[in-house]
Design a binder for this molecule. Structure first.
Ligand code: NDP
Length: 444
């Protein structure tokens, strides 16, 4: 089938799954030149196969809230592609979770994981459970129930989930505890674990740090650095927090943070004790970003995103489709020179086109935020050899991986006639690795 026909068939067979359609279209359209050069992929129906998950698991999660009332949520794990390694990808707990979101994330994960050069296939999972406003005991009861079903589908050489939106260290702890209890095995079945029970240093920092390392690599191609630049960051969760820390360490000034209620704008920069405040607010008190504005007397824009504020670098680190074409235009008019996606698919297709047409350095999520899963891969590696690396050593590995991902994406873009287009470059480099592995392994 031609690229257009495969996209049409995905839309027909997966009705209503808008985000999945969007992710498939983005990848497939950009690999058209590869398909022309490789008739063997067409003959083996690689495209028809790659858009269908190897396995989809849906289950019911029943748990009891603090008032003794029974609650029911959905649970799912989509095991998309294991051609180059065990399924690997996060779990998302958010009320918006449904098939289309987990499938888009699982599909993206295939190519992202391939770019890291580590042996990891693509998968993703989650639930429409909302940890916000729940007590620790409720979150624990939910996680126990979720794992009571998930445990039979995962394993250190089968599928190794990690965190994502709504799933941080607390949730990974409860999930891991239940896995260990049921199976009587202490093994590398989740990543993002606590430091004294198999976790890796740098894993919490990895996605945010990696996005900034990727930004540095893009800037180098224009003989620029992040030092002295003004940066707008969206979100205030795990990825945003460490993107801010690394940007500060490299001499930039971060002026925004947000959550699903609004944006704070601090023209003096979110660093030092202000950054400490955010860490405590979001990870300990689990409060709202508006409290930052109350505390430091800065502007808070209810219901708004950060993109109207002047910046040279934008790091969207919250969620999918958070930069529209209109937002992209505002950023460009205000002088943005680089955008790196800490989140998955935060830029709508119209926004991506505008950035690229206007020569903005644009790092797509599957390249720019691959540092998280790469460090999960490093966590698995340390678990397998029974050792832990120092912060410096792990960070050095992460940095090298990000430099290498940039190199691969840039080289593929240039080879296929789209110099400087990291969207096309990342898609092609990731796809080639997977397609060749699928070809080698016959009709799987
Ligand atoms: P967290 O749950 O720690 O933080 C998510 C942040 O995004 C919060 O500030 C949250 O605000 C905000 N947010 C969530 N949904 C929405 C929404 N619909 N509209 C506006 N803001 C929203 O998640 P992470 O930081 O881990 O993940 C952020 C992004 O990075 C996601 O796209 C994820 O897939 C991606 N990613 C994460 C990796 C990781 O290692 N954690 C790895 C690679 C990608 P609120 O508190 O109000 O919900």
């Amino acid at each position: 089938m031609s690229v257009e026909n495969v996209i049409r068939s995905v839309i027909e067979k997966n009705p209503g799954e808008r985000e999945f359609h969007q992710a498939v279209r983005e990848v497939l359209e950009s690999i058209e030149p590869v398909m022309k050069k490789h008739p063997e992929f067409e003959k083996a129906k690689i495209l028809d196969r790659i858009v269908v998950p190897e396995r989809e698991i849906y289950f019911r999660v029943v748990w009891e809230d603090d008032r003794g009332e029974i609650q029911v949520n959905n649970g799912m794990r989509i095991q998309f592609n294991s051609a180059i390694g065990p399924y690997k990808g996060g779990l998302r707990f958010h009320p918006s979770v449904y098939r289309g979101i987990i499938k888009f994330l699982g599909f993206e994960q295939i190519f992202k994981n391939a770019l890291t050069t580590l042996p990891m296939g693509g998968g993703k999972g989650g639930s429409d459970f909302d940890p916000k406003g729940k007590s620790d005991a409720e979150v624990r009861r939910f996680c126990v129930s979720f794992m009571n079903e998930l445990y039979r589908h995962i394993g250190p050489n089968t599928d190794v989930p990690a965190g994502d939106i709504g799933v941080g260290g607390r949730e990974i702890g409860y999930l891991y505890g239940q896995y260990r209890r049921i199976t009587n095995r202490f093994e590398s079945v989740l990543t993002g674990k606590g430091m004294n029970w198999g976790g890796s240093l740098v894993r919490p920092e990895a996605t945010g740090y990696g996005a900034v390392y990727f930004t540095e690599e893009m800037l180098k191609t224009k003989k620029e650095t992040i030092k002295g630049k003004t940066v707008a960051v969206s979100g205030s969760g795990n990825v945003a927090q460490y993107a801010v820390q690394k940007a500060n360490q490299l001499g930039a000034k971060v002026v925004t943070l947000s959550d699903s209620n609004g944006t704070v704008y601090d023209p003096d920069g979110i660093s030092g004790t202000k950054w400490d405040f955010v860490m405590d607010l979001k990870n300990v008190k689990r409060g709202r970003i508006s409290e930052y504005a109350d505390k430091f007397g800065v502007d808070y824009c209810e219901g708004e995103r950060p993109w109207k504020f002047e910046c040279e670098i934008a790091l969207p680190c919250a969620t999918q489709n958070e930069i529209s074409a209109k937002d992209a235009k505002m950023l460009i008019d205000n002088g943005v020179i680089a955008v790196a996606e800490g989140a998955n698919m935060p830029t709508e297709p119209g926004g991506v086109d505008l950035f690229i047409e206007n020569g903005v350095l644009f790092g797509p999520g599957k390249a720019a935020n691959a540092g998280g899963v790469a460090t999960s891969g490093l966590e698995m590696c340390q678990n397998h050899i029974g050792m832990s690396w120092s912060f410096e050593e792990t960070d050095r590995h992460l940095h090298n991986i990000m430099v290498n991902i940039h190199k691969q994406a840039a080289a593929a873009a240039e080879k296929y006639g789209h110099k400087g287009n990291y969207v096309i470059g990342a898609n092609i480099a990731g796809f080639l690795k997977i397609a060749n592995a699928m070809l080698d392994q016959g009709q799987s």
